[in-house]
Design a protein around this ligand. Structure first.
Ligand SMILES: [Zn+2]
Ligand SMILES: [Zn+2]
Length: 124
């Protein structure tokens, strides 16, 4: 019981520290430092429970393993670094997006994913 609480706490802190969407493997890598012997199945189980509790939300990018982020953030998009495979949060939106909607169509939702190199990977 106490061990479960410690595992859950370490997983939550991994998300709070990262402040970007994390894959199950990334959570494992980070939370393992805090809770030795943590396994991928335990991380999966806890992430599922945190999604059920609406503490986490799944971030689904085309062709990618799911990432998860803390639920309830304001409208935003994601940047996928093609070099280190990390996903980052892009605050805000493209204000002109409604302008490309053809006449007669009603826009209800949109997905925008940015791809490139993060500051750590750079271009040099
Ligand atoms: Zn990168
Ligand atoms: Zn948007």
């Amino acid at each position: 019981m106490e061990r479960n609480t410690r595992q859950r706490g370490a997983i939550r802190r991994a998300f709070q520290r990262a402040d970007r969407p994390l894959s199950t493997q990334e959570v494992l890598d980070q939370a393992r430092d805090e809770v030795g012997g943590l396994g991928i199945a335990t991380v999966y189980r806890n992430i599922r429970a945190l999604v059920d509790e609406s503490w986490l939300t799944a971030v689904e990018l085309p062709g990618e393993v799911p990432r998860y982020e803390v639920h309830g953030k304001a409208h935003h998009h994601h940047f996928h670094c093609r070099h280190c495979d990390r996903v980052f949060e892009v605050p805000g939106c493209v204000s002109s997006i409604a302008e490309i909607v053809p006449p007669g169509f009603r826009l209800e939702a949109h997905e925008v994913v940015l791809y490139g190199a993060c500051p750590d990977c750079g271009t040099a």
